[in-house]
Design a protein around this ligand. Structure first.
Ligand SMILES: *[C@@H]1O[C@H](CO)[C@@H](O)[C@H](O)[C@H]1NC(C)=O
Ligand SMILES: *[C@@H]1O[C@H](CO)[C@@H](O)[C@H](O)[C@H]1NC(C)=O
Ligand SMILES: *[C@@H]1O[C@H](CO)[C@@H](O)[C@H](O)[C@H]1NC(C)=O
Ligand SMILES: *[C@@H]1O[C@H](CO)[C@@H](O)[C@H](O)[C@H]1NC(C)=O
Ligand SMILES: *[C@@H]1O[C@H](CO)[C@@H](O)[C@H](O)[C@H]1NC(C)=O
Ligand SMILES: *[C@@H]1O[C@H](CO)[C@@H](O)[C@H](O)[C@H]1NC(C)=O
Ligand SMILES: *[C@@H]1O[C@H](CO)[C@@H](O)[C@H](O)[C@H]1NC(C)=O
Ligand SMILES: *[C@@H]1O[C@H](CO)[C@@H](O)[C@H](O)[C@H]1NC(C)=O
Length: 425
């Protein structure tokens, strides 16, 4: 019955869209689409207490009033039936989070997806937001160090497995990840990489490498190049090729072209998609297709942006590339794969990208109250975004100010101490 209605409305929609397209009423169509999204993002009825609506099995939930207070309202816009044709939404996936690549922003949307569908996240007990990159759990995490999946007791260590989503930092080993995940036949793997000089500069600043090496942030634009040119003489060295390392490729492989090529073709086989930070929106369009998600699932607000990124001249960049030659090879390899996938997507790619960017802009206007540069307890400067007044819970999750949604996720899986959030809250 429901199917029939959905099918019929889709046909009607198709006819309407075609008519609009033929008549060239693109502006009109976009206007209607924006209105329908506005309707669903905002609280739909009542003052502070909208009615809970049964909505064809979709998530209907409480919304947030002001910055924190809950009021009821509808959570999400209707399923975009057209994106469902011939595919099923993927709910089980492994996102290997890399460092300083926009991966916190990407992680945030995967958290939102799983949070509203009650999916279980693979999370460590110890590290910051459950990351597994510390020595103790390096390759093969001890299941007693993992938060249990939803519905499993914290002491039932044998059942700390069958997770739906992994989206944390950990050194990638597909065989180990695989064993901990729910064995869905459509389990997908993806990650994100960034142009290596930008990534390195960001990491150099964020992890305060300059400090460890006796350099000052204020004078870095003058001292970085001499330092790099004289690196063989320096007692301490910065870390290089971090992206390869994050993907589980050990440093012994970075400089051997034969071994590196082998490692890259393995990554290519093991990951369904490698997103590119410089083409973030384009990458998300590819991700949406891979996972059979909807536009609203890939909406994002940038997270943990550095307000004053380091900029250096071309000579310095050349030196940085030289030392990160492994990451440079990695980047070029997957940039080529990325453009091939864009080509395979076909001519609608550009249109989907335009649609998505328009939605991003609308969402920003609706959900964001303000954004402020703040200082974290470890003196790191970052841009924090705040929720607009009377936003829906969808906006609350999208904006995710100070990792509130991440906190809800670990709590749901039995985490009781808020101590490790000190760095974020
Ligand atoms: C938020 O909702 C309250 C109560 O309905 C209303 O008084 C107020 O004007 C709204 N604020 C905005 C910015 O819409
Ligand atoms: C639904 O999907 C189609 C095809 O991808 C797209 O053109 C349209 O804008 C989408 N509508 C909404 C409301 O997301
Ligand atoms: C998620 O779990 C909560 C609490 O058990 C429940 O109220 C809600 O209906 C569930 N949502 C979905 C989409 O299953
Ligand atoms: C896992 O951790 C528990 C508790 O810390 C410990 O008793 C057990 O020996 C560990 N298992 C392995 C294989 O390291
Ligand atoms: C999520 O994982 C649980 C096991 O932890 C499984 O029962 C459930 O079917 C999975 N959900 C989806 C949507 O695949
Ligand atoms: C290179 O570094 C060494 C060790 O820090 C230092 O003694 C030397 O003066 C440096 N050389 C130049 C040309 O900066
Ligand atoms: C690179 O690795 C290959 C394969 O393990 C090995 O045969 C070769 O000797 C290595 N080359 C160098 C320069 O270490
Ligand atoms: C984005 O939103 C702003 C309002 O904040 C508007 O002025 C601008 O035209 C929008 N841009 C696009 C491309 O929709």
């Amino acid at each position: 019955m429901l199917h029939k209605i959905m099918k019929n409305s889709f046909l009607v929609l198709l006819v309407i869209c075609t008519v609009f397209a033929i008549l060239g009423f693109y502006g009109e169509r976009r206007f209607n689409m924006k209105r329908s999204l506005l309707h669903y993002y905002r609280i739909t009825s009542g003052k502070n207490t909208g009615t809970m609506r049964h909505d064809e099995g979709r998530i209907v939930s409480t919304a947030y009033h002001g910055n924190q207070k809950k009021v009821k309202g509808i959570l999400q816009p209707p399923i975009n039936i057209s994106t469902r044709i011939g595919c099923h939404e993927t709910s089980n996936f492994v996102f290997i989070k890399t460092h300083k690549t926009g991966s916190t922003t990407l992680r945030s949307l995967t958290c939102r997806f799983g949070y509203f569908r009650n999916l279980s996240f693979l999370l460590g007990k110890g590290g910051v937001i459950g990351h597994l990159n510390n020595q103790a759990v390096k390759w093969s995490p001890n299941s007693s160090n993992l938060l249990p999946p939803i519905g499993v007791s914290p002491s039932d260590h044998a059942n700390h497995r069958n997770y739906n989503i992994s989206n944390i930092h950990w050194l990638f080993r597909r065989d180990i990840v695989r064993k901990l995940m729910y064995p869905a036949s459509d389990l997908k793997y993806f990650t994100i990489i960034r142009e290596p000089t930008e990534q390195w500069l960001s990491q150099f600043q964020y992890f305060k490498d300059y400090k460890r090496l006796g350099l000052k942030l204020e004078t870095l634009s003058n001292t970085l190049l001499p330092f790099l040119l004289n690196l063989t003489e320096q007692p301490r060295k910065p870390s290089f090729n971090k992206q390869l390392r994050d993907l589980g490729v050990p440093s012994s492989v970075h400089k051997n072209a034969t071994k590196l090529n082998e490692a890259l073709s393995n990554i290519d086989k093991e990951f369904d998609l490698v997103l590119i930070t410089e083409y973030f929106d384009e990458s998300l369009i590819l991700l949406k297709k891979l996972l059979c998600w909807r536009f609203e699932d890939i909406l994002y607000v940038k997270k943990r942006q550095q307000p004053n990124p380091l900029t250096v001249d071309e000579t310095t960049r050349r030196e940085i590339r030289k030392y990160n030659s492994g990451d440079v090879t990695l980047y070029h390899y997957f940039l080529a794969v990325f453009w091939r996938k864009v080509k395979e997507y076909g001519p609608v790619f550009e249109e989907d990208l335009r649609t998505f960017r328009k939605l991003l802009n609308d969402t920003w206007n609706i959900c964001i109250g303000n954004s402020v540069t703040e200082v974290s307890p470890d003196r790191y400067l970052y841009v924090e975004t705040y929720l607009a007044q009377n936003s829906s819970e969808f906006c609350w999750a999208l904006v995710n100010t100070k990792f509130q949604m991440d906190i809800e996720i670990v709590k749901r899986q039995g985490h009781t101490s808020d101590k490790r959030w000190a760095a974020f809250v």
